[in-house]
Write a protein that binds this ligand. Structure first.
Ligand code: ZN
Ligand code: ZN
Length: 196
């Protein structure tokens, strides 16, 4: 599964808008399911109209503590579709035919090579908004476990009581933005080795 987390001042709607502007042209059609904290953007093609209609790639956009978690592909449907609830899906014209095409979606990921283009666009959008794989300032502020004083990032000792803080500061994988533990040697999400 392809999943990345962008930390910073970025919302699902920022990414949905960019996907819409970029891909809703030519033989591609972009549709959005849901809004707010859980959004699915469907990028569909009419490439095989004779074989029964559209196939599509799903991009799921989910708000997290300090940014947006993005999933692209076949896996994108399950989680967010569930969290959107039945009413959001029934609002869509033909939800059952959409969900039954998951195998076609997986096939098209290889054929259309849209996936890389989608990730590139999301990457640029995040960068333009100042978001990335590093934790935002807000989340990086951490609270001393001895005296409950919030401390700025990078502080080795609590500014109030002097207790050591290094071990409790959260960190992220530099390849995908997943929040990881200092004790981990590889990222649980993308499996790449971690360098701190
Ligand atoms: Zn303290
Ligand atoms: Zn990773």
């Amino acid at each position: 599964m392809d999943q990345k987390t962008y930390h910073g001042k970025i919302t699902p709607q920022d990414i949905a808008r960019a996907l819409f502007a970029h891909f809703n042209r030519g033989n591609l059609k972009v549709q959005q399911l849901g809004d707010g904290n859980s959004v699915i953007v469907q990028i569909a093609t009419t490439k095989h109209p004779a074989s029964g209609g559209q196939t599509a790639i799903g991009v799921s956009l989910q708000s997290v503590a300090d940014g947006v978690m993005v999933q692209v592909g076949k896996q994108a449907w399950g989680g967010v579709a569930a969290s959107l609830g039945f009413s959001a899906l029934t609002a869509f014209r033909n939800p059952l035919s959409l969900l039954s095409r998951i195998d076609d979606i997986a096939q098209d990921l290889e054929n259309l090579q849209l996936k890389d283009e989608i990730w590139d666009l999301i990457e640029i959008t995040a960068k333009n908004l100042g978001a990335g794989f590093d934790l935002s300032e807000r989340l990086r502020k951490y609270v001393c476990e001895y005296c409950d004083t919030p401390n700025p990032p990078g502080e080795a000792h609590c500014i109030a009581c002097g207790a050591p803080l290094g071990g409790i500061q959260p960190i992220t994988c530099q390849a995908c933005g997943y929040i990881v533990l200092r004790s981990e040697s590889s990222c649980p999400n993308c499996k790449k080795p971690l360098r701190f």
